[in-house]
Design a protein around this ligand. Structure first.
Ligand SMILES: [Zn+2]
Length: 305
């Protein structure tokens, strides 16, 4: 595809998204940019738009991208369609002087190069969630006053499950291999349009707690996505976790309604599931199992006490 067609495609897609989802989605990828797996540096310029748009259009949750070779060198396989990124390189024409045979430098011009990159969501690996753990660097905890207000009811609820939670990471994740939840420090959570820092902190924690229930010694849910999700177990697991954390938030009084930011992510998949209501029913059933499982742990704790 010519660069001009590609840019036109981006702009029309951008306009369409803004019409349907408001300007919010722009913020969500501008603040959570696209980075390269190896260099850990953010993509710049037009590539921010190219990858940000691809991420939104294809329902990718990760902002990590790399070439086929870069994924391979790290020991990962990727599958599916790649995205093109563009680099411009300034080059200077070389002219050979007929009389002297000297090489002279002529006009400068820009050369366009395309590279193909794959998103982290396209990694196919048995431990499809585990690679995430490797990609969040551990940071020394920042000792600043927390804006997040402690909610002792939710703290108690989570504590009763016995889930291991470690703070101080760049992002939130659950590692099935190591069986613990990684969280950023409380001070890293800020107010957003859809929820305050407290809502964002506990909402994230409950989302990861939902993943935690999927471990094979608990509800044994991983790697069992229905056909509608093709080979994308990760997306299915995310859908289950998003539905169950939204339900948990209501049960624990964190929010009175499902949060719009949850709904936005779910909509992305629901559009794809339109013709397959079975998959959505399956995900909701799994989410209910998460709730029942966690609630059951509360009762057991009370019975012992
Ligand atoms: Zn998740």
């Amino acid at each position: 595809m010519k660069i001009k067609e590609k840019l036109n495609d981006i702009v029309s897609g951008l306009v369409k998204s803004m019409e349907t989802a408001g300007t919010d989605w722009v913020k969500s990828w501008a603040g959570n940019g696209s980075i390269n797996l190896v260099t850990k540096k953010g993509y710049r310029g037009i590539n921010v738009l190219l990858l940000g748009y691809a991420k939104m259009k294809r329902c990718f949750k990760s902002g990590i991208w790399a070439s086929f070779k870069q994924w391979n060198d790290k020991g990962y396989m990727v599958s599916g369609q790649s995205e093109s990124i563009i680099f411009f390189k300034q080059t200077q024409k070389k002219i050979v002087d007929d009389d002297t045979g000297d090489t002279l430098l002529g006009d400068t011009y820009w050369m366009t190069r395309y590279y193909n990159v794959w998103n982290a969501d396209q990694v196919i690996s048995k431990n499809y969630l585990d690679w995430i753990t490797c990609n969040y660097r551990y940071k020394e905890p920042v000792k600043t006053a927390s804006e997040v207000e402690d909610n002792t009811d939710i703290d108690k609820y989570i504590e009763n499950t016995g889930a291991v939670i470690k703070h101080g990471f760049d992002g939130a994740f659950y590692s099935p291999a190591l069986d613990y939840i990684g969280m950023p420090d409380k001070s890293a959570f800020i107010d957003t349009k859809d929820a305050d820092s407290t809502g964002n902190y506990y909402g994230t924690k409950l989302h990861e707690l939902s993943h935690w229930t999927g471990h094979k010694k608990r509800l044994n849910r991983f790697g069992k996505a229905p056909k509608a999700f093709a080979d994308n177990d990760y997306a299915y697991e995310e859908l289950v976790a998003e539905i169950s954390s939204a339900m948990l938030s209501i049960e624990l009084g964190l929010d009175h309604e499902p949060r719009p930011d949850h709904a936005k992510y779910l909509n992305c998949w629901i559009a794809r599931l339109k013709d397959d209501s079975g998959a959505l029913i399956s995900a909701s059933t799994k989410a209910q199992q998460v709730l029942d499982y966690l609630d059951d742990m509360q009762d057991k704790k009370k019975a012992v006490a």
